[in-house]
Each structure stands twice: as structure tokens, then as C-alpha cells.
Design a protein. Sequence first.
Length: 280
Amino acid sequence: MPGNKHILLIGIDGLRGDAIQCAGCVQTPAMSALIAGGAFHGNVLAGGTKQATVSGPGWSSVFTGFWADKHGVTSNTTTLPLKKTHVFDQIKAAWPTATTAVVGDWFNITHNLRPALADFVVANAAKNSQQATDAVKGWLSWKHPPTAIFYYLHNVDVHAPSYDPLNAYYQGKIAGEDQQIQQVLTALTSRPNYANEEWLIVVTSDHGGTGSSHGGQTAAERDTLLILNNNHQNPLKPSYCLGNLGGTALTQVDGTTPHILDFLGLPNTTEGQKHPACGN
């Protein structure tokens, strides 16, 4: 890998972009630290005319940089395979010695939506975020950790009672997952060789929600987020991008895969485009 670069992709199911970093929103120290040292977009648009705001299509767009009419995952059905290449498989195609890892409790994440060439796949128990966190901490304890990790957190996808950013139950779930992320960040920055590594940390979600559900095309259901940080507690690394990215519209196909490819110096062959403020 060029420059000993790595990817840590954190997927928080059901997290609305307007549910953090706002007046009255829950405090999220881990994500806030990543935002303070990196970049944030609080309204990355999922769904639209090309797909429903549900997990299967949403994560597939995150992983491939294409909409459902191209990647083929139009619902949460477990038998729908990705018709476009997972970004982690693009990494392995460029560097055959690269390794990739996935942990999640949702069957689709560890089966039909996983990288075809994933080296390590862990299925944690339902809604047991600590098990997922422990898997990532284990990988980060290795002298040679995976080149790219997808770390899936499911508890914010509440379905009841409300996806409202000011709802106490929703806020509690967000706070709980932020505490899990903090454990991972501590493990990451404690790596003996961390100063000589460069980890692009990406935080995103698959959809938002309204009331107790999602799937439609309201602004609340389409609202997801993007956090990008490549030098968390590693200030000698030049920033990949900084500040509030919200002045430029981004969609779900723009948010994740184009930035990962760009960070690694790989060509972008997706439907999405990176934010113009980002890039080495």
C-alpha cells in the first residue's frame, strides 16, 4: 500500500446527519473529535428517484459508488448480489497483498453485500455492538492489521419510537455507539507504529428516518452523514480535507467510495464524485 495507508470505514445504521453537531443534539465525543480534526457533511442524500431509503440499497451505494439501478440491490432481500465491485475489492485488485475485514450483525453485511474477496468476516450477535468493537480492536492489535476494515454498528436504527434528533431514546442509542467508536479510536491510536501509518477514518450511514420508520423519500429519511479524518491524533500527516463540507451537495454515491479511491490514489470509475475540497 502506498505510504502505509489504511481505511477504517464505520457504518452507523439509521443515523441522520442532522442528529449530531446541532443545538440540542446528543453529545458524541468520539465523532466530534474526528470532525474537529477532519471534515463533516451533515446532509449526504440517500435514496431519491433511484432507490428506497432502506439498508440494502443504501449500504450497496456506500460500498460501490453506484445507485441501485446499477449495483442491483433494490431491497433488503438476502439473495441480491452486488453487480458493481465493492470498494474493498478494488483495493485488493490494485494491491493483491492487501487484506480486508468486515464485522457486522446484519446477515446482508456479512454475506451478499460483503467484499467478494474479504479475508476476515465476523458476524457478531444481534445488536451486540461490543462484540463488533472487540473484533475491530483485535484486528488493530495485529502488527499487520487489515488494509481496510468495515465496522458496522446497528443500534441507532431504532424503528421505535422516533428518529427525531431530539428524541431521548434515539439520542441514547447514538451516544452508545459513539462510546463504541471511542474504544476503537483508542485501540487505533495506541498502535506502536501508528505515527508511521495513515488511516482514513470514514463515518457514514445508510439512511435516516422519520417517525419510527424509513424507506420513503422525505428529507429526514434521505439525510445521512459523512465524516472524513486521515490524521486523528497523528498531526504530522497532511489533512485529506478539513471543515464543514455542507456547502457542496453530496449524495450517497459521492460520499464514501470516491473518497476512499482518491485517498489511495486509485481511479474513480463510479457514478459518484468526491468533494472538491478533499484530496492530497
